[in-house]
Design a protein around this ligand. Sequence first.
Ligand code: ADP
Ligand code: ZN
Ligand code: ZN
Length: 664
Amino acid sequence: MNIVRVALDLPLPRLFDYLAPDSDESDIGRRVTVPFGKASRTGVIIEVATASEHPDAKLKAVTEILRDMPALPAEWLALCEFCARYYQTPLGEVTSFALPPMLRRGKLPRMKRPKETDVLPASAPASGPLLPQLMAAQQAAVEAIAGIAGFHTLLLHGVTGSGKTEVYLRAIDAVLARGGQALMLVPEIALTPQLEGRVAARFPGAHIVCANSGMADAARARGFIEALTGRAQIVLGTRLAVFMPLPRLQLIIVDEEHDASFKQQEGLRYSARDVAVWRAHQLNIPIVLGSATPSLETFHHASTGRYQMLELPERAVAEAMPVVRIIDTRREKLQEGLCAALLAGLQQRLDRGEQSLVFLNRRGYAPVLACPPCGWISRCQRCAANLVLHLADQRLRCHHCGFEARVPRACPDCGNVDLLPFGRGTQRLETMLVERFPEARVLRIDRDSASTPKKWQALLATIHAGEADILVGTQMLAKGHDFPLLTLVGAVGADAALFAADFRAPERLFAQLMQVGGRSGRADLPGEVLIQTEYPDHPLYQALVEHDYVRFARTQLDERRIAGFPPFSFQAMLRAEARTMEQSLAFLAAARSAAEALADGVTLYDPVPMRLQRLMTLERGQLLVESLSRPALQAFLTKWMEQLYALKMSGGLRWHLDVDPLEF
Ligand code: ADP
Ligand code: ZN
Ligand code: ZN
């Protein structure tokens, strides 16, 4: 009697056996619909066996093995198995996540019938006078990548505009010429259309597939099948694209590899960059990680020789890097948060018809609305957080849970009508700049004004058309766009990150400031960056002035070494949430006791409330575990998980484990 062992999307770390008389080995990797309880579910066949641990009489039969598309290859299953092991997530949850939603539901998209000509598209290596002559460093990088046979991780380090993308394109070209497939991961959905255009222009004959969560179901499923059947030559996508099945994959590129969006923060908490490196290892192919400000983990590997460092020290187009100036605001009376130098700079750019950007990483009008006489402040009822004032549409909003309410006309506690906004967000800056520079066209770019990809594209078009003079924006603006008219960037409110509780905050701040700075002074207009700070001597700012990422990275790594933080240790975070903090902490305490006997070479910290203690009315706690050895941590986690699944939980409690957590 044949049995199939099926991975189902359930929070249980096991496979489920079903009778399937007509199945054989070739069904491994196929989707299958099965009865489960009273419902029907779709899963993936992981094994075909002749016997089950369960008596045959108790087994149900599969409803249908879906043979309408090629089986998922062994490699793909192995990739999912790795993620299940490494991130301590049931295999069925991983396979389900890795499939596009439509395929996950057991459906198939309608496929375009392939034309004769594009069954195996002739690769069209771009050549001739259209291509820029590579600079020496680019040439060296291209040759280094081309010279690699087998698994090797390369770090392509170069500032914005240094020609990294050009290097990727050449490397992809070489892969296509050999008949291979290339996978390129980028951080944000917003970046894909732009890059897609550039890739499509470079490889007009190639079959390019995009993959991101913003795509329509059918399009995503179609792309997946085109990748699986080998028709796709280039896959370009966000983190989830790391799970695209690619039978002839020969090269992986991860652009902006330091970007936090490669790490998923819910469900399967994977890092697409790390999974990509594992995948390259599995397939024995090269992987290129590119960044102007590599993550310290990656930079550390490059410094110790585990990764090969390729440097692009110069910009391809502009002659010089922007001049970075640190403005000491301690002795200055700011006007609505802006210093005189920045105001003067804005005026000057206006007079010259150039663009400026004021960078403030906080959206909304003000972080909180307050009633000074009685002490009331706008708090979220569901979270331990303030409600942010959004004057643009007269709302108070929680940026954590999405709760919103109308701005009250008077204090709900004492009736006072003079409520005061405290602090400053992008909307407030925008208002102030409009008043101050009435002749200027001020454009705000943040997640509120660019709430859909369409709005975002429209804003970008406005900037590119030169129809905005002063941009006010969050980090959204920092990524991957060149604005040829932009010559001044002012950074406001950056200091907060210097002393944040999260040890990665300075690394993020440095990357953001380098990136926003990199937006300025392209083409033939030199750029200037002004950073307002009360800590002008801080090494982070000094390194920015020198454009010296390496110096910054070394000092940070020294601090991390001393503190025993990653990359010098490996971490996992157990988080629990429940109606009361007692429940959450009690669960974590029980988890900790269970861990004590297993924790060989692993440090267990104490359960503590999370920094954002209450979210959506749930009280949240966390327990950090750490080890100097990744294998030791992994071995511990595997044993620990078994115990965690067996722990008694009070009603309503939920928990999850986050391996290599980025958020604290
Ligand atoms: P990055 O990805 O590092 O930001 P890009 O590859 O996008 O850099 O290059 C920045 C700009 O310089 C692009 O407009 C690109 O076409 C151009 N460029 C890249 N390499 C060269 C080169 N060798 N000669 C001339 N222009 C180049
Ligand atoms: Zn909230
Ligand atoms: Zn009041």
